[in-house]
Design a binder for this molecule. Sequence first.
Ligand code: NAI
Ligand code: MG
Length: 357
Amino acid sequence: MTKKVMILPGDGIGPEIVEQALAVLEVASEKYNLGLSFEQGLIGGSSIDAHGEPLTDEALKAAGECDAVLLGAVGGPQWDTLEREIRPEKGLLKIRSGLGLYANLRPAILYPQLADASSLKPDVVAGLDILIVRELTGGIYFGEPRGIKTLENGERQGFNTYVYRESEIERIARSAFEAAQKRNGKLCSVDKANVLEVTVLWREVLDRLAPEYPDVELSHMYVDNAAMQLVRAPKQFDVMVTGNMFGDILSDAAAMLTGSIGMLPSASLNESGFGLYEPCHGSAPDIAGQGIANPLATILSAAMMLRYSLGMSEAADAIEAAVSNVLELGLRTADIHTDGYQKVSTAEMGAAVVAAL
Ligand code: NAI
Ligand code: MG
């Protein structure tokens, strides 16, 4: 039985890093007899250039018919002047909402080999392993009405709407409770219930569900404090769950605790376990085309894909072990490079993972 993976390289460094992840998947497929097959598609600026829109309905349909999607990143300055509706990022929002990918799992793991790459003191971050569960298809990024209007006095006013339905909160909360059950049984829900009604409801729903997960210890924290605590003492957390916008910001902060955003994978899942896998970082236009981007976040995203959507955890473990292995050997792309280690290119890093595998 073959499993089909939709490959969406995207823009900027996307194609460079996806090429390496694909090479790793091909070797894994051979070695573990996974029977993976691949289909390539366009998303983001590359789709705008070819079709005038960041994700065509055909591409969305084709992605949904595959067993999983592996994505690079989208966006770049050449498309920044387009109107919002046809910007590259709109392709991401379309695939997330089109495939119902509401649960964004973003691990922040500090590899012991990279302890000196973090901007925080080693004892604050050593051994860090947290998971941020971010709601991805609702909240203020999708709420209506939205826009910029001109008031009677001629002044312009921008507005967005922060909304969550109970059912949306409940399903992301359940994803988080379940993730916490599989880890250390600690779940911190992040909100702004002292100011925003929508998060008062959020907190109520979490509290209502908590008795169904007696093995999970639920706590609540305001988002401003959570930002502070993430930097002060990040190891107090295990799983954090929050809405779309807070999760966007906190997960980037958590990513930086580990030293490089170039190391962090992510999964976006729907109710049936179908998922889109992508690195946490963007298309890095500042280094695109130079062959120096770190492909490990994308390679680790491919491993997550095998584990969460394709039921191939043996191969996933092997890929993660191979990544650990190349770090152990001292190989570093520029973003994680420090004195005394061997600086390698995107392709050299990918080849080293393939060799380790
Ligand atoms: P970014 O994540 O692309 O880059 C931030 C910084 O991290 C840059 O200095 C970049 O060189 C570096 N970086 C990122 N990934 C790296 C890697 N694999 N290896 C080495 N260094 C890496 O975020 P930025 O600059 O805010 O956005 C650039 C573009 O990417 C924008 O068009 C933005 O809209 C888009 N973007 C796309 C995302 C996605 O496709 N999921 C997510 C975030 C941004
Ligand atoms: Mg972000």
